[in-house]
Design a protein around this ligand. Sequence first.
Ligand code: BJW
Length: 233
Amino acid sequence: MSSIRNIVILTGAGVSAESGIDTFRDGGGLWEQHRVEDVATPEAFARDPDLVLRFYDMRREAIQTKQPNAAHRALAKLDAEWEGDLLIVTQNVDDLHERAGAKRVLHMHGEHLNAWCMACDERPRRTGPLIDRPACPECGEAALRPDIVWFGEMPYRMDEIFAALEQADLFVSIGTSGAVYPAAGFVRNARELGVETLELNLEPSQGTGWFDEARHGPASALVPAWVEEVLSR
Ligand code: BJW
């Protein structure tokens, strides 16, 4: 790791698991409680908007009661102290990286605390429910949906992510199962670019074989240890 200057970090639901936010694919995770096709596709929203809005209202309310954990805090420390380029690309739609103090964060799957106005395309902050069809604060239309990237939709800011990967010396994947593309493909993109790759996850992810190194255990232990290692090198 001696010549590392630019770092891209991909985070997933495992980073927030120890804050009490459900993951998707673990036992008891969200996709055991709900069918993806019923709540996380544009077709589901068109078919039954109340069901989808209630699902996201419940989760938007829940995340506001959760707190960042040691993994979020360690990444915020790295962000504050790392002098090279650093980008935390998160698949998570909670705001725990930001509440821990991280600044260089990119939400590729959207954010619970934004709404997306289908009438004017603005993304106003929204902490309350959407089920009551509030007016968009920008244009006044009652056309707000969750600002979440559903299956079949294009994740956000892909150009910025690939540009950061092209400049990176190290790609680190933390707390993600490697089941959802295009994020699951970043390790292969990084490898093709000659970028060193590291996985930190509770268990081997679906793409674990693509990483140069994989460490397995809870994020609250692995991430602070890795951050200290990087900052003290
Ligand atoms: C811990 C831990 C602890 C636990 N410490 N670790 C066939 C092949 C390839 C692609 C496709 C395909 N068919 C369809 C597609 C495309 C599709 C896709 O990938 N489908 C797969 C299911 C195959 N993808 C899309 O549609 C995406 N769009 C797209 O592809 O557009 C076209 C395009 C093409 C080319 C370039 C660019 C674009 C959109 C995907 C949107 C994903 N949205 C969701 C739902 C949001 C709604 C919501 O929040 O309700 O985002 S899905 C869900 O999964 C959520 C997450 O961000 C995402 C990833 O999940 P994550 O974070 O990995 O969580 P888990 O639960 O899976 O894993 C948690 C991990 O943590 C586990 O490994 C645990 O072990 C670990 N863990 N506790 C450390 N304490």
